[in-house]
Design a protein around this ligand. Structure first.
Ligand code: AP5
Length: 213
């Protein structure tokens, strides 16, 4: 199964993508997580990406496409994947459609997690992320079992650099300008599912599972 997650920054794409990956035993591929891992490891790609990420801008398509096409070659992708944060521009979506078509394949579903900008700004202030495994939590709505510690790997949780309020606003404006048009793109492809991301995360997930049946 090949799934694309759509939605504004902080809508809950990562939260749902991890649940889908676990239930259907497919890899969760987050371009944001891959960029952050490169940044942490001080790679050339990480250094290049940091300049854009810190400003709330998108990393250029060439860099992102190279990275994702390389990731698809991994063995774990043979039964599909859930893409979180990719594609993020029309050229990225077109490149994905073309790459899949070349293999005689196509996406099964694009899931748009809808949340208003106002709600997102509130959410981002409370997000805590694991710098080791990428799990995300919220100080009020999705608390870890032990405060400040990742349930999955025991690492101390952090506030992401790009979750500062001014960067969140910039990311939202970049989303509306460059990524939101993908909703129409996948609606035209007849594979769009829209879910209400303001509901409880488990309720959102049940709706996704129902649609995937
Ligand atoms: P990326 O890491 O993809 O960031 P994003 O799209 O901005 O998404 P987030 O990870 O911030 O949010 P999310 O929707 O996954 O929400 P989450 O589940 O954590 O990208 C970062 C940067 O990398 C970009 O800005 C760009 O520079 C670069 N980049 C990445 N991909 C790129 C690409 N393809 N092209 C170019 N550049 C690229 O949830 C948010 C919070 O809400 C959490 O605290 C969570 O616990 C909570 N929450 C989740 N669901 C619920 C719920 N239902 N109710 C209440 N709280 C909830």
């Amino acid at each position: 199964m090949k799934v694309v997650m759509l939605g504004a920054p902080g809508a809950g794409k990562g939260t749902q993508a991890k649940k889908i990956a676990a239930k259907y035993d497919i890899p969760h591929i987050s371009t944001g997580d891959i960029f952050r891992a490169n940044l942490k490891n001080g790679t050339e790609l990480g250094k290049k990406a940091k300049v854009y990420m810190d400003q709330g801008a998108l990393v250029p398509d060439e860099l992102t496409l190279e990275l994702i096409m390389d990731r698809f070659k991994n063995d774990d992708c043979k039964n599909g994947y859930v893409l979180d944060g990719f594609p993020r521009t029309i050229p990225q979506a077109e490149a994905l459609t073309k790459a899949l078509a070349a293999e005689g394949q196509k996406l099964d579903i694009a899931i748009d997690v809808e949340v208003s900008d106002e709600r997102i700004v509130k959410r981002m202030g409370g997000r805590r992320a694991c710098p080791n495994c990428g799990m995300t939590y919220h100080i009020e709505t999705l608390k870890p079992q032990k405060e400040g510690i990742c349930d999955k790997c025991g690492t101390e949780l952090i506030v992401r650099d790009d979750d500062k309020p001014e960067t969140v606003l910039k990311r939202l404006s970049v989303y509306h300008e460059q990524t939101q048009p993908l909703i129409e793109y996948y609606a035209n492809e007849k594979i769009l599912l829209t879910v209400d991301g303001t509901k409880d995360a488990d309720v959102v997930f049940s709706e996704i599972v129902e649609a995937l049946k």
